[in-house]
Design a protein around this ligand. Structure first.
Ligand code: NAD
Length: 339
């Protein structure tokens, strides 16, 4: 039987894939001959908002489909570009065109659940179908039950194969680590809940680059324990942004370059303000790009909040994208793509 469309596109994080997502996927399969499932936030470091890798999410979804339906589904993991919707759209357009061969018989399915669903309006070349909400199911609430509330009360909102995978995951060290991170974030947010207004935190980060290497640290504390990060941290009451950035840089890396040289090597700065960039709460970071002259890489040594500091080559950085804290990978990309 011919379908209304040749291709249906369904975009989501599916963290985890719940019954509402399954309902939309089934609708897409009913409306279109082939379905392109775009898994967003590909290769972000695992945290309580994005606990499962693209591969794990694909496995969850595959388990929910018959072999016949699976033959009609293309899985497309796509990275985020938090600071450029155009780069994100260009990645989607390129990969979708490869599959559709530029067919105009395409529909994007989704539900405008809140302001974060604005992306559904970025595809004027294709039809858009608003699905409405299925039982008001919500992945954020499911993750709250799963990582808090003693890991209970989430099962009736998931397809059975997904429940089974999540139960198995509860036996892993990764689940334990994520539960600890969940508790840390809850305690952190509770401490600030007595403030008269929701706080906006100000941080600084240093992007120190020399000859294709970036100075990074390994985080010694939650959140993001063990992840690769830029040296940086919260601004103190009595310092300027540049002073705060240089203080954190020296504290965390013991970089053997005199302060006047570091100051004189600041080539650029930029504010990174994506509202969802930090799980602790609204955090705006001022990042400084310090370009050092060619030569031997200056000695560094992790200390303070950093377990380790080292010069990572850009190639290794890209290879370890899924271990990089918050939006630090995107911050580095912003500067290194310009110079
Ligand atoms: P999601 O898994 O929360 O939702 C996926 C879709 O299912 C959405 O259309 C949502 O509204 C719908 N949905 C959720 N609950 C439903 C229910 N109960 N019934 C019916 N439908 C329901 O995913 P998301 O966060 O919306 O995914 C968007 C992805 O696109 C993310 O990975 C995001 O980072 C990415 N993105 C990236 C950029 C960029 O990089 N510049 C820009 C926009 C979006």
């Amino acid at each position: 039987m011919t379908k209304e469309y040749q291709f249906g596109i369904y975009i989501g994080r599916f963290q985890p894939f719940h019954l509402g997502h399954l309902e939309t996927l089934k609708l897409a399969l009913a409306k279109a001959e082939q379905v392109i499932l775009i898994l967003g936030s590909h290769r972000v470091a695992a945290d309580i908002r994005n606990p499962w890798s693209s591969q794990e999410r694909i496995e969850m979804i595959r388990d929910c489909l018959s072999a016949e339906d699976l033959n009609r589904v293309h899985f497309l993991p796509i990275r985020d570009w938090l600071y450029s919707d155009n780069l994100w759209l260009s990645a989607i357009q390129q990969q979708v065109f490869e599959i559709t061969k530029r067919s105009s018989s395409v529909v994007v399915l989704g539900h405008r659940k809140d302001a974060t669903s604005y992306y559904l309006d970025l595809f004027p070349q294709w039809d858009c179908f608003e699905t409405g909400s299925y039982q008001n199911l919500n992945s954020t609430e499911i993750r709250h039950s799963y990582f808090g509330a003693a890991g209970q009360g989430y099962k009736d909102r998931l397809p059975t194969p997904v429940t089974e995978r999540l139960e198995a995951f509860q036996k892993s060290d990764r689940y334990q680590a994520l539960c600890e991170e969940y508790q840390f974030i809850q305690t952190y947010q509770k401490a600030w809940s007595v403030a008269p207004y929701p706080p906006i935190f100000v941080t600084t980060d240093a992007v120190v680059v020399q000859s294709g290497h970036v100075l990074v640290v390994r985080r010694k504390a939650k959140p993001g324990l063990g992840l690769i990060a830029l040296p940086g941290g919260f601004l103190n009451q009595d310092e300027t942004l540049i002073e705060g950035m240089l203080r954190e840089l020296k504290e965390e890396t013991r970089l053997k370059v005199p302060l006047p040289v570091l100051r004189g090597s600041i080539a650029d700065s930029h504010v990174f303000d994506n509202p969802g960039r930090s799980l602790r709460g609204r955090t705006i970071t001022h990042a400084y790009f310090i370009q050092l002259k060619a030569g031997e890489l200056p000695p560094v040594k992790g200390s303070d909040d950093a377990e380790k500091a080292w010069w990572i080559s850009l190639a290794d950085l890209y290879a370890h994208e899924d271990q990089i804290y918050e939006d630090h990978f995107q911050i580095i990309q912003h500067f290194v793509s310009k110079v």
